[in-house]
Design a protein around this ligand. Structure first.
Ligand code: ADP
Length: 591
């Protein structure tokens, strides 16, 4: 309970913003409880005794004169066993139980612990009495789900000697270890940590991504790869496939942990995620995907301000698993909703608006968020590495890429997957433009790709992109003067590019086999497509007819390689032999 003098008074309520007086004991970003309904709010501006408070719950019916109770703590998340499979709202209140009964609705002012307090976890110690440990060292492990081992670490800022270590079943509040610090103090350690969401969690050092985060999506892995620990942005108009891409990444990216932050466009959209996600299966293990997933969803009854908190809640949870040494992928869908929340709050604070009414600090906030991604050496003495990759969807109005949120995001992320309405209308999925997208990791991950797939794949991928670019230029000529104006060589380029687009880049997320292609299968498929081009090109030079080459029987087989199951992928190179023999039958002897 707060002392009488430590209670503020509401002066004004403006939607999600509450202005209160008598708040001198609070600091910026402290959590406060607003009115006797104890709505959760956060101090976002402080001038003397007067605080502006962003409230994460509906402020209807709250008015001037009502009390505001400081907590003197920043907005924090609980980190420990029980978090995986969690479905939370923007301020980490569990939705799972509530969602099934009432459709993702939480009564106002409800205080529920993020981690279950009564559940016991089997703690397996990894250190013994007398061991010297420091922040980040792993004290023991908990088999949290069938897929994830939860590593209990010494919290940041602590170091010392193990005075006591336990083994057995414990709740997250039970002491599992006692640490004797250098100044002789004894510190009890539980399996739960709290961490303020706006503060990045510490690590030893950060590196540039060197390894590809393979996604099984051909256009991404082959042309616009994401590095483990990298950042990507997927802007696209409504209906262009942002959500499908995010789901595909959640399922297939070779990350061990997935954190999905959903800021729904419309009220019921998040409910869709809440229903769909728990039904997804992890393709590698056959277990529910939730066994390695944490879901943050903004419910329809929470005001926009909660979206603001949800991206921070999500990334803090993701950093925590990165600290254990995992490769984590965080997806935020869509960051435009987060930016709109910033705009609304900024407007109510009467700040000077920047572009399109967004606050001037929009770019800085977006940059700070993506900077929390990275490949890091974790705290702790075992030199483990963890990676946090962040993929943000942006939904600019009308798909307009000059939108301030898109622009601010593109300034910081290194990968841009541009979804295009024209491709989606033509049912070319994923509707990622091969001409406009880019990846700045292509060079830094090339070595890791070369080690697994060989130099040929890198060369093939460059040549395929060159053909697509040439097709684009040729299309212009065709549009002006017709296909007949092209030389046979140019028409062959058009044909090869068509094959790259339709037989390789097009990928149906809903087809059992086509939905995922391993890096090796991608390399083999691309090699077959290019073999056709290279052989035909040689045949043209030796006088073959273009029409004959376009009508080869083997082309049907090239078009169907995507439906070849992974375990039969070694049959793809045989198609190349058939290409050679069919093409050679059309070669004319040059005398
Ligand atoms: P957005 O989130 O951008 O509004 P969605 O992700 O919901 O768009 O995609 C819209 C529709 O496009 C989907 O319902 C689906 O029919 C189709 N689609 C998108 N991506 C693919 C894909 N990779 N394979 C097949 N169909 C897709």
């Amino acid at each position: 309970m707060n002392k009488k003098e430590d209670v503020g008074r509401i002066l004004k309520v403006a939607g999600p913003l509450v202005i209160a007086d008598g708040m001198g004991t609070s600091r910026m970003y402290d959590v406060v409880k607003v009115s006797d309904k104890r709505l959760v709010g956060e101090v976002i501006e402080l001038e003397g005794q007067r605080a502006s408070i962003q409230v994460y719950e509906d402020t209807g019916g709250i008015g001037p004169g009502e009390p505001v109770y400081p907590t003197h703590e920043p907005l924090s998340v609980e980190l420990g066993p029980g978090i995986i499979e969690g479905i939370y709202d923007g301020i980490q209140r569990p939705l799972s139980d509530i969602a099934s009964e009432t459709g993702a609705f939480i009564a106002r002012g409800v205080e529920i612990s993020a981690l279950p307090r009564d559940r016991k976890w089997v703690f397996e110690p990894q250190v013994k009495k007398g061991d010297k440990v420091s922040a980040g060292d792993i004290l023991g492990t908990v088999a949290e789900t069938i897929l994830i081992e939860h590593r209990i670490m010494v919290p940041p800022g602590l170091a010392g000697e193990i005075a006591e270590i336990k083994k057995g079943s414990f709740t997250v509040e039970d002491t599992v270890a006692v640490l004797k610090t250098e100044d002789g103090k004894k510190v009890e350690i539980t399996m739960m940590q709290r961490w303020p969401v706006r503060k990045p969690r510490p690590y030893s050092s950060k590196y540039a991504p060197v390894e590809i985060l393979s996604t099984g999506q051909r256009v991404i892995d082959t042309f616009f790869p994401l590095g483990k620990g990298g950042t990507a942005c997927v802007p696209g108009p409504f209906g262009s496939g942002k959500t499908v891409i995010q789901h595909q990444l959640a399922k297939w990216a070779d990350a061990e942990i997935v954190v999905y932050v959903g800021c729904g466009e419309r009220g019921n959209e998040m409910t869709d995620v809440l229903i769909e996600f728990p039904e997804l299966r992890d393709p590698k293990s056959g277990e529910p995907l939730m066994k390695r997933t944490v879901l943050i969803a903004n419910t329809s009854n929470m005001p926009v301000a909660a979206r603001e908190a949800s991206v921070y809640t999500g990334i803090t949870i993701a950093e925590y698993f990165r600290d254990m040494g995992y490769s984590v992928a965080l997806m935020a869908d869509s960051t435009s909703r987060w930016a709109e929340a910033m705009r609304e709050i900024s407007g109510r604070l009467e700040e000077m608006p920047g572009e399109e009414g967004y606050p001037a600090y929009l770019g800085a906030r977006i940059a700070e968020f993506y900077e929390r991604a990275g490949l890091v050496e974790c705290l702790g003495s075992d030199e483990r590495k963890g990676a946090l990759s962040v993929i943000g969807a942006v939904s600019p109005p009308g798909g307009d890429l000059s939108d301030p949120v898109v622009q601010a995001t593109l300034r910081v992320v290194k990968v841009f997957w541009s979804l295009e309405a024209t491709l989606a209308y033509a049912r070319h999925f994923p509707a990622i433009s091969w001409l406009r997208s880019y990846s700045l990791y292509a060079d830094s991950v090339a070595e890791s790709v070369r080690l697994t797939l060989g130099t040929k794949f890198l060369e093939d991928s460059k040549e395929a992109m060159r053909l697509l670019q040439e097709e684009d230029e040729l299309k212009e000529i065709v549009r002006l003067i017709g296909l007949d104006a092209l030389s046979p060589k140019d028409r062959l380029i058009m044909e090869a590019a068509r094959s790259i687009r339709e037989d390789f880049l097009h990928q149906n997320a809903f087809h059992e086999i086509d939905t995922y292609a391993s890096p090796d299968k991608q390399a083999k498929m691309l090699s077959a497509v290019l073999k056709y081009y290279r052989e035909s090109r040689k045949a043209l030079d030796s006088g073959a007819n273009l029409e004959d080459l376009i009508d080869l029987d083997v082309k049907e087989k090239i078009a169907r390689t995507r439906y070849i199951p992974e375990k039969e992928r070694d049959s793809i190179p045989k198609i190349e032999d058939q290409i050679t023999s069919e093409v050679s039958s059309f070669k004319k002897e040059v005398s």
